[in-house]
Design a protein around this ligand. Structure first.
Ligand SMILES: *Cc1c(COP(=O)(O)O)cnc(C)c1O
Length: 222
């Protein structure tokens, strides 16, 4: 049972890495999204050599990764879900990259947390490319303003942009828009593409793709 799971996950990972390598040179970094995954699945993909992971929620990420940091010192952990200011210190302590900066108040909270924790995770701004009311992220027209605030007022470095296209629209135009905004502001990192469209995102120049179910199989919401 465990052997089959290990083999399935290792095979899926190898296939996705090959697709990404064929889609774009250099290939984007594969972030394995381990939210809602059982321990056995996480162990299986670690055994296959995966070290870069994404999580949506600080508390679940702590459960999955805090203790494993000691065993796997080469882990890279990305926060890809919305962050509340009262969790900023916990996030700064655990994550290596926070992809979901989307407001000035959070920039201030992250700056204060970095000062306090003596740790500076890399940052990306989440852009709501579809301007969806219910979705986190800054609107495309406000990226410049937030970027300036983060750099000049909060003293933060921002490395790139992240987006989650609307589920009911083709993703390509959203990837193209994110890439254009990043180019306009000279930002190098582009986190875009999930299980259904990581290959497309790679062709649009994603530097990071965030893949959950295509790697692990279905999630088990707690
Ligand atoms: C859950 C999640 C993913 C992974 O989704 P899959 O479709 O399972 O690949 C990627 N990005 C974000 C922001 C997510 O919340």
């Amino acid at each position: 049972m465990t052997d089959t799971l290990n083999q399935d996950i290792a095979n899926r990972r190898a296939a996705i890495l090959a697709e990404l390598a064929a889609a774009h040179d250099p290939a984007p970094e594969l972030i394995a999204v381990s939210k809602f995954q059982p321990e056995a699945a996480i162990e299986a993909i670690l055994a296959a050599g995966q070290r870069v992971f994404g999580e949506n929620r600080v508390q679940e990420a702590q459960q999955h990764w805090e203790a494993r940091r000691a065993t796997y010192p080469d882990l890279t952990l990305h926060l890809i879900g919305p962050l509340q200011t009262n969790k900023a210190a916990d996030a700064v302590r655990l994550f290596d990259v926070i992809q979901t900066l989307d407001r000035e108040k959070l920039a201030d909270a992250l700056a204060a947390a970095m000062e306090k924790e003596g740790r500076r995770p890399k940052l990306m701004i989440q852009v709501n490319t579809g301007e969806e009311a219910q979705k986190a992220g800054v609107s495309p027209t406000k990226v410049g303003h937030l970027l300036r605030y983060a750099r000049e007022e909060a003293g933060l470095d921002v490395e790139g942009l992240m987006c989650i296209p609307p589920v009911d629209e083709p993703a390509g135009p959203h990837f193209a828009l994110l890439k254009k905004i990043a180019k306009d502001y000279g930002l190098g990192a582009l986190s875009m593409g999930m299980s259904g469209d990581y290959e497309l995102a790679a062709r649009y120049g994603a530097t990071h793709v965030r893949v959950g179910t295509a790697l692990f199989g279905d999630r088990n919401p707690a």
